[in-house]
Design a binder for this molecule. Sequence first.
Ligand SMILES: [Zn+2]
Length: 407
Amino acid sequence: MSFAKALRCRKCGQEYPVQPLSLCEFCFSPLEVSYDYKAMARGLSREKIAEGPLSMWRYRDLLSVVGDVVDIGISLTPLVKADNLGRELGLDELYIKNDCLNPTYSFKDRPVSVAVTKAREFGFDTVACASTGNLAASVAAHAAKANMKAYVFVPSNVEPGKLVGAAIYNPVLMKVDGSYDDVNRLCAGLVQRYHWGFININLRPYYAEGSKTLGYEVAEQLGWRAPDCIVAPAASGLSFTRIWKSLDELSMLGLIEPVNTHMYLTQAAGSSPIVNAFQAGTLHVHPVEPNTIVSSIAIGNPADGYAALMIVRQSGGGACAVTDEEAIAGMKLLAQTEGIFAEATGGVVIGALRKLAASGSIKRNELTVAFITGAGPRTQEVVADIIQPLTVQPTLESVQEAIGVPV
Ligand SMILES: [Zn+2]
């Protein structure tokens, strides 16, 4: 069963029945799933969650789905104590939430699993999305599993590895001659024309809910507590808001103590409208024209930028941007200290972490969780300079000569 009782406008409070709809018809603000938390609390306990499956679906009572879920084999992802990286950055209690290890190699499998499940509940036979690449792969994979048709739209500059990562599941793959923001605008028009479940448009409230499982999982893996600090990337800002909401909900339901987590948001410097607004001390997020290699989070006009910014402020956190060079250095540092090959977005997170630790914003003894949301191999061309193998003959002498270490 589901405790979702309505869709509710974040701004004016207007309520709507649970349906494929993402914007308030009165004030055009985003709609969110609202729950009967009292009823939810009665049946929920740490023990009951622990008895559930070893995946995000152990939290299904906190999500909005009713029947069978569309599941491509998602499991809990590791929360790694990052001692080597922590030593490098001066942080004693650093953890990495490694969400590279989802079936399609990014955290998108969480929101998409919920959204495609809802699409099927609503009777859609076709799903679609606007994507910078990772979402397209996840939507196509879930559609394959659910025997649904998929139309996925990506910007023209998407990396070849991401195209393969989506195309292998055989969706209708559309490469749009424009930026992600152009793709998003196009899809906002298409949703009026076609009876499709657009994962991040008319199904956006449910899509958003799936990202809450990132926060639930971290709190449970820490022994039912919220971190002191969280560092997470922001593209549209949506998942950032849901990580916060998840901790807030766990606290409201009495599953963890009141939350005092400082939320730190990070973006690539070439596409950092939310960071810009934070640094300018304004709540108005001015759109920018993205210019960065960190394509997964290159969204110039973030739909949930305002909401993310409010959370940064209210939580006593912060926001910082990272150059492409710093992001690549962050990718290498994470791989070479913790054995995790993240995409460039992960490099942005590590670059931000380095700055926040160096400036004293995050203190040495604070329990800090950095969210790594996508894997590196799909966009490996950004670190092609690391390929410098020693070429040798198949002889002992040749190896000895190459490594310069005498026997
Ligand atoms: Zn409204």
